[in-house]
Design a protein around this ligand. Structure first.
Ligand SMILES: C[S@@+](CC[C@H](N)C(=O)[O-])C[C@H]1O[C@@H](n2cnc3c(N)ncnc32)[C@H](O)[C@@H]1O
Length: 348
């Protein structure tokens, strides 16, 4: 797919989220109260040009440095700006001038609204496949987010490599995107509308997991997922029997995570302190960790909590000295699996 086709779709064809032909976008009515409160402080023009497919608001961001890949008109940047606070920073990158123009036009309005003396956001014009051309310091971001963009990339391995290079050790890529339940045929992949609607470039989820691992993200964790409804008959005709899911994954940059979940008899206890998780902390769809309660974990989960910004909120019991075999029911999973086993569904 020619990248200019995508640029035109988001810069010229679409005027607002009402022009989309799928139900990929979240509707505020179904969102958690904390996200609604953030969005209530965002300018209407920015909200109108939101084309994301999930929520990218991980916990514990205060004072952190965050990058948003394909930030569009800036809705998520301005939501995250409130979460990182005046001492944190959010950088958005996008390639479509019209989207960046909207994002930049409202910086002062948002800083006034949030009560910040100086902007904690900036918007860069660039390609997410060429993050190293943006002058960003390697290993300088705590968290990288993205909302419905990676599927549009024509070089997904380059994006994942750039993300890996920009993350600090223990940092994470927390992103929502569209996945297919199969590899799509050429006609679906090359159709400009199917592609622009975030379907044609969607990865078969098995291929995504392999790409993520090849880029150094050892144990991708599914946070939420939901099936997408295709509302346009022409698009439906072109995609045939393929089914699509919006899914949010988190990929931690932690060296040498094990290929499977292994049991070393380790336990964590959530101590509380994450503002949005007073009673339980959700790491992913398999790990909702109740405050104050001993929670057995595999070695990879133990390391994700212990070697990331999440560590101060947990107690860690155990070590890696004794191996007790495989840790059942944990680790990497596919969107369709969460539909079947009743794991966390996306709230939008
Ligand atoms: C589906 S929209 C999502 C925008 C935004 N994340 C949101 O939630 O509203 C996709 C955005 O990614 C941008 N984009 C797509 N491919 C890109 C690339 N290779 N490099 C930079 N930006 C890209 C588009 O310009 C568009 O703004």
């Amino acid at each position: 797919m020619d990248i200019d086709v995508v640029k035109d779709y988001y810069g010229k064809t679409l005027r607002s989220s009402d022009d989309l032909k799928t139900m990929a976008c979240c509707t505020p009515g179904d969102m958690p109260a904390r996200v609604k409160a953030l969005l209530a402080n965002i300018h209407d023009e920015v909200l109108t040009k939101y084309y994301g497919c999930g929520l990218v608001v991980p916990d514990l961001l205060e004072g952190r440095r965050v990058l948003d890949l394909g930030c569009g008109a800036g809705r998520d940047v301005y939501a995250l700006s409130q979460l990182v606070g005046p001492n944190g920073e959010v950088v958005g990158v996008d390639m479509t001038p019209e989207q960046l123009e909207t994002a930049r036009a409202h910086v002062d309005w948002h800083m006034d609204k949030f009560g910040y003396d100086r902007p904690n956001v900036s918007f860069l014009d660039g390609l997410i496949e060429k993050l190293d051309a943006l002058g960003l310091e390697p290993e300088s971001f705590d968290v990288i987010v993205s909302n419905c963009v990676i599927n549009l990339s024509i070089d997904k391995p380059a994006v994942l490599k750039g993300v890996f290079d920009l993350l600090k050790s223990g940092g994470e890529f927390y992103f929502a995107d569209v996945y297919a339940d199969r590899r799509l045929d050429e006609a679906a992949r090359m159709d400009p509308v199917v592609y622009g609607e975030c379907l044609g470039g969607a990865l078969y989820w098995g291929d995504f997991l392999e790409l993520a691992k090849a880029a150094g993200f050892g144990d991708p964790r599914l946070v939420t997922s939901r099936p997408l409804e295709i509302t346009d008959p022409d698009v439906e005709e072109k995609i045939g029997a393929a089914r699509f899911y919006s899914a949010t994954y988190r990929l931690f940059k932690i060296d040498d995570l094990e290929p499977a979940c292994e049991d070393y008899g380790q336990i964590v206890v959530y101590m509380g302190g994450a503002a949005d998780a007073p009673h339980s902390f959700t790491l992913d769809s398999h790990h909702v960790i109740e405050k104050g309660r001993a929670f057995p974990v595999c070695g990879n989960t133990w390391r994700m909590l212990k070697e990331s910004r999440l560590a101060p909120h947990f107690k860690f019991l155990g070590d890696f000295s004794t191996h007790f075999g495989v840790f059942p029911g944990c680790g990497t999973n596919f969107p369709f699996a969460s539909d079947r086993d009743g794991a966390t569904k996306e709230c939008c």
